[in-house]
Design a protein around this ligand. Structure first.
Ligand code: ADP
Length: 767
């Protein structure tokens, strides 16, 4: 057949389709016109290259279709819309002429039916399977087209429908068109279907992922917007918070370095999504820094007289301590510098150390903060954690400054003797930096990061003993010792201070509770046993509480507390002092000891048993005490002949010295003469008077050397109802310093040598 030919761009037309397409190329227009004047038939073929404007035979696919023109519509711009009904496949063999229209030789070409009916059936099933699967991925297709396709049972028809109905690329259709056999067509379709299914699946997956992602983003966006509104309502908007911080920053009195650092952090904070963890960390940090006092100071009251009045007002006795404190303050006021050494009040618990510090703060009009160092082991507690740690906080000093709200408070470093160091860093070296006037101008806290000036802080430390304070720390402090109170001092403190304080605290008016002097003394004597007055205060508080209840319950107007009804309030007496009334014994001597919580008596026991002259020591003695025991033994051996002890005695006997309360470590040389006395008594079998207590260091030749802590020791002897106390002669001045009240009722005998000691302690020397 000879007929006009139209070259199609990117479009392959299949048999039995009805479709329209637009043409504008002159050759195509001419071809249509030619067709219209004959039998209206056209051959449609596809160009190899859609961009080609005037393809010749070699640049066309040769397999195309024959179509019948049904309608022509002239469109603006010389475009003609052609509507055709496609008939059969046809092969373009050659062109008869190419001008003005393409006229070609065309031969109709039906594919070979090369399969039998079973294979055809199988092919139908496979194809239906595949389009079913395809339908699953493409819901629209499965709804509109799939049912029709499923109804087709003829293989050729089915394949054609699949090729026509599915949204194939024209190249797939071209391939289908060009397949010369049914098998060939089948392979093209199945291959393409499988391909398409896979592509659809992947596309779908992608879509779902993208959708999920978009959904999530949308949800978050929505929530965030909501949160913003909520925050604004609550006044927590990061931006407005940031502005707030900036406002505070501009009002902050601080050095440039600090302000710059804060500015940077605030800017960073403003750029963060509100509510994120990092923003919260930063918020705490900024707020902490803004709250620190930096250069804000309070005005001190520098009148020494005022200070003196207040110290007197708050504390009974303690003359020496008050004097030292006032001297210290005088120097401070004159030099106007914070570099004066740090005061350290050392004494047993409850002797008013903390309370003196508080009075000093009151006297100077300073803010008072207490930093408890007891049990601090971790350097970070003093210096803080780096802010990157979860829950990081500044150290205690900075926290103290924050509490004080000014840069020049009085800071009490309580229990400085109880800091210890472990693997987590050296606490005492951190403290050293704090206490050193040169270094504490730029104290570095890990959390705060910018240096802090602690130079204006007035530090006062307290400790129970200087022994456990690390040497370098101790060197930087000026130690003021506070001694135990005597019973009389306790009595006055109770009457003048503790009673009124506790009554007020428990809501009692002065006239509601009458405390007899005898009752106060009994509380001191029989219900407490301490160096200070802390338990005394507690006992008085207990009485006040019970009194308050009684007043309310029984409608009483006044409660009288006397010696006789004391048991009603405090229960049975806790302490009685009959220890000293034991009999005279062999090998048991009573020494006097000084401990960080006051004085105590120390019973030293010696036993002799057959052996080889060894000395056994038990009861937790320190090295100094052990050496002292050795010295005492040597002395005892050297004087034995005078006491008619057999020459070989020590070669055949062992000595065992024990100091009861083995759990408490003891050390110091002051038990020397006591151990020597006990040993000699054990060796000779002479009894030691139970009325005598003694203290003193011993030398090899039996001289007695002076010792410290006399006030506590003498008080302890009194408490234990000893009658006679042997004191080294060289300690005479110390005893003279003690008030009469302490030594009253005690016979104090000064001893220079062991002979003096033995003369007093052994009951019958001459035997
Ligand atoms: P410390 O710090 O030495 O352990 P505190 O300062 O806590 O002891 O004192 C315990 C209580 O005893 C406080 O209520 C304190 O006021 C009171 N106190 C101690 N000594 C005296 C004193 N000399 N005069 C008046 N009250 C005192």
């Amino acid at each position: 057949m000879t007929m006009p030919v139209i070259a199609l761009r990117a479009l392959t037309v299949l048999p039995k389709m009805t479709l329209s397409f637009d043409i504008s190329r002159p050759k195509s227009v001419a071809a249509v016109e030619k067709a219209m004047v004959s039998d209206q038939q056209l051959c449609l073929v596809t160009q190899l290259d859609p961009e080609d404007d005037d393809p010749d035979l070699s640049r066309l696919y040769h397999m195309g279709v024959i179509a019948q023109v049904r309608q022509l519509v002239k469109m603006p711009g010389g475009v003609i819309r052609v509507m055709v009904e496609v008939q059969d496949r046809a092969q373009l063999l050659d062109f008869d002429s190419e001008e003005p229209a393409l006229i070609g030789d065309v031969e109709s070409a039906a594919p070979d039916f090369d399969v039998d009916c079973i294979v055809a059936e199988a092919m139908v099933r496979v194809l239906k399977d595949k389009i079913g699967e395809y339908g699953k991925q493409n819901p629209k297709f499965s709804k509109e087209v799939l049912p029709n396709l499923m109804a087709v049972s003829d293989l050729e028809e089915l394949m054609l429908q699949i090729a026509v109905q599915l949204p194939w690329d024209y190249l797939v259709r071209q391939k289908y068109l060009e397949a010369l056999t049914i098998t060939g067509q089948y392979e093209v379709l199945v291959g393409s279907l499988v391909n398409e299914i896979e592509v659809s699946r992947i596309r779908r997956e992608f879509q779902e992922k993208v959708k999920a992602c978009v959904d999530k983003n949308q949800k978050e966006y929505f929530l965030r917007e909501q949160m913003k509104v909520i925050r604004q309502e609550l006044g927590e908007d990061p931006l407005s918070d940031g502005d707030e911080y900036e406002k505070k920053l501009s009002a902050l009195k601080a050095d440039k370095e600090v302000k710059e650092k804060l500015k940077k952090e605030i800017d960073r904070f403003k750029g963060m999504p509100g509510g994120s963890q990092e923003a919260n960390v930063l918020r705490t940090y900024i707020e902490t820094l803004l709250e620190l006092p930096w250069n804000k100071v309070s005005k001190d009251n520098n009148q020494l007289r005022h200070a003196q009045e207040i110290l007197e007002e708050d504390h009974y006795g303690l003359e020496k301590v008050k004097e030292r404190v006032l001297e210290y303050l005088a120097v401070r006021i004159l030099t106007r510098k914070g570099t004066s050494p740090i005061l350290c009040l050392v004494g047993p618990p409850g002797t008013g150390k903390t309370s003196i510090a508080r009075s000093v703060a009151r006297a100077l009009g300073k803010k008072y903060v207490r930093i408890s160092l007891g049990g601090v082991r971790d350097e970070a507690e003093i210096r803080g954690h780096r802010k990157t740690y979860v829950g990081a906080m500044p150290g205690r000093l900075v926290e103290g400054l924050r509490q004080a709200g000014v840069a020049n408070p009085l800071m009490l470093l309580d229990e400085i003797d109880k800091v210890s160091s472990d693997y987590k860093g050296d606490t005492s070296s951190a403290l050293l930096e704090v206490l050193d006037g040169e270094q504490n101008v730029k104290f570095r806290d890990h959390y705060v990061e910018v240096p802090i000036n602690l130079n204006q802080v007035l530090f006062i430390a307290t400790a129970n003993t200087t022994q456990t304070i690390p040497r370098p720390l101790l060197d930087r402090m000026e130690v003021i010792e506070i001694n135990s109170y005597t019973e009389n001092e306790k009595f006055h403190i109770a009457k003048k201070y503790l009673l009124s304080k506790q009554m007020e605290r428990n809501g009692l008016k002065p006239e509601q509770l009458a405390f007899s002097d005898g009752a106060v003394r009994t509380v001191i004597h029989n219900y407490t046993r301490e160096a200070g007055v802390r338990n005394l205060e507690r006992r008085i508080g207990e009485i006040c509480r019970k009194g308050a209840r009684e007043i309310l319950e029984n409608q009483r107007s006044v409660i009288r507390v006397t010696e006789s009804n004391l048991e009603k309030y405090l229960g049975r007496k806790k302490y009685t002092f009959e220890d000293a009334n034991e009999e005279d014994q062999v090998g048991i001597a009573r020494g006097l000891a000084w401990t960080s919580v006051g004085g105590d008596t120390l019973q030293i026991e010696v036993n002799v048993m057959p052996g080889k002259g060894e000395l056994k020591l038990t009861g937790q003695m320190g090295d100094v005490m052990k050496e002292s025991a050795q010295t005492a033994l040597t002395y005892v051996r050297s004087v034995c002949p005078e006491y008619k002890v057999a020459d070989q005695y020590f070669e055949k006997h062992d000595l065992h010295i024990h100091i009861p309360e083995g759990a408490v470590p003891k050390d110091g040389p002051s038990a020397g003469i006591t151990m020597a006395t006990a040993m000699l008594s054990a060796v000779t079998g002479k009894k030691i008077s139970a009325r005598v207590a003694m203290t003193g260091e011993i030398t090899l030749r039996g001289r007695v050397l002076p010792i410290g802590g006399l006030k506590e020791k003498i008080l302890a002897a009194r408490m234990a109802h000893m009658k006679v106390v042997l004191v080294p002669d060289k300690n005479r001045p110390d005893i003279a310093e003690l008030s009469k009240e302490i030594t009253r009722g005690l016979e104090i005998i000064y001893v220079k040598t062991m002979e003096d000691v033995l003369g007093e302690a052994l009951t019958d020397k001459k035997q």
